[in-house]
Design a protein around this ligand. Structure first.
Ligand code: NDP
Length: 250
């Protein structure tokens, strides 16, 4: 594989499982040093061991503002720069609004929105700097939305809210940063086989699994491929948005 991202540094949130872990592995294979951010340090250690010295484990809860900022700071301390940020950490808690748990809603907003904002705000000045002094002449912010960022469904209202909101946020920031050569992209995966549905309550989890049981889910590596495609483009190309559904998904 070409080391297109050689001498660059990436930070991936939610790197302890699923899409984030696959993305971290893939960016490392493309030559990037990678900061692995999530709460489960043991899982990050295991992943880092497979990547080697170019991986940095940063155990952090990005819903805590100081920890999100600290994750970016530690990446800069260790590697001196930051070229690629993948805001991937997210949670999906489904159920009808009528009797929804406000705690569930708080958790989704705290991670899918606020956590993403904290990491983004801390990272942006570093991305601008990296774009200015890198031979590639570009830096990337990739935010992971969902098909739920495009299509609202019953039972998914607040997940829809968070994933739709980040599409609008990303596009506004994208336009602001064009002159600084920081690309801002959104990836909207369809059904991917990860731990995402493990957090659903009994009953809702089974219903969600039944809904997708007739299709072959994507693998986390399929989404990592999409992300790698985006961040390895030459500076003249900007993939603003990528919707990647499972092949059988309507
Ligand atoms: P996983 O549940 O496998 O991964 C979620 C990741 O987020 C984990 O690494 C988890 O690590 C991390 N995370 C959770 N809470 C926090 C926190 N407070 N601070 C830091 N990290 C946290 O799910 P996926 O890989 O599927 O999800 C990744 C993204 O993809 C999410 O944004 C999701 O909405 C999106 N997505 C997923 C789809 C799917 O079908 N799987 C479809 C469309 C979008 P830890 O618990 O160690 O902190």
């Amino acid at each position: 594989m070409d080391a297109t991202l050689k001498n660059t540094v990436a930070l991936v949130t939610g790197a302890s499982s699923g899409i984030g872990a696959a993305t971290a592995r893939r960016l490392a294979a493309e030559g990037a040093a990678v900061a692995l951010v999530a709460r489960r340090g043991d899982r990050l250690d295991e992943l880092a061991a497979t990547i080697g010295d170019s991986a940095l484990v940063v155990q952090a809860d990005v819903t805590a503002r100081d920890q999100a900022v600290g994750a970016v700071d530690r990446t800069i301390e260790r590697f001196g720069r930051l070229d690629t940020v993948v805001n991937n950490a997210g949670i999906m808690l489904l159920g009808p609004a009528l009797d929804a748990s406000l705690d569930d809603w708080d958790r989704m907003v705290a991670l899918n929105v606020q956590g993403l904002l904290y990491v983004t705000r801390a990272a942006l000045p570093h991305l601008v700097r990296a774009a200015a002094d890198s031979p590639r002449g570009v830096a990337d912010l990739v935010n992971i939305s969902s098909t739920a960022g495009r299509v609202a469904r019953p039972g998914s209202s607040v997940y829809n809210l968070t994933k739709t909101g980040l599409v609008a946020f990303s596009d506004a920031v994208r336009q602001e940063l064009i002159g600084q050569r920081v690309r801002v992209s959104v990836v909207e995966p369809g059904t991917v086989d990860t731990e995402l549905t493990d957090h659903l309550g009994d009953g809702i989890r089974e219903a969600a699994q039944r809904q997708t049981s007739s299709i072959e889910a994507m693998r986390p590596e399929d989404v990592a491929d999409a992300i790698a495609y985006i961040v390895t483009r030459e500076r003249r190309v900007a993939v603003n948005e990528m919707l990647v559904r499972a092949g059988d998904q309507t």
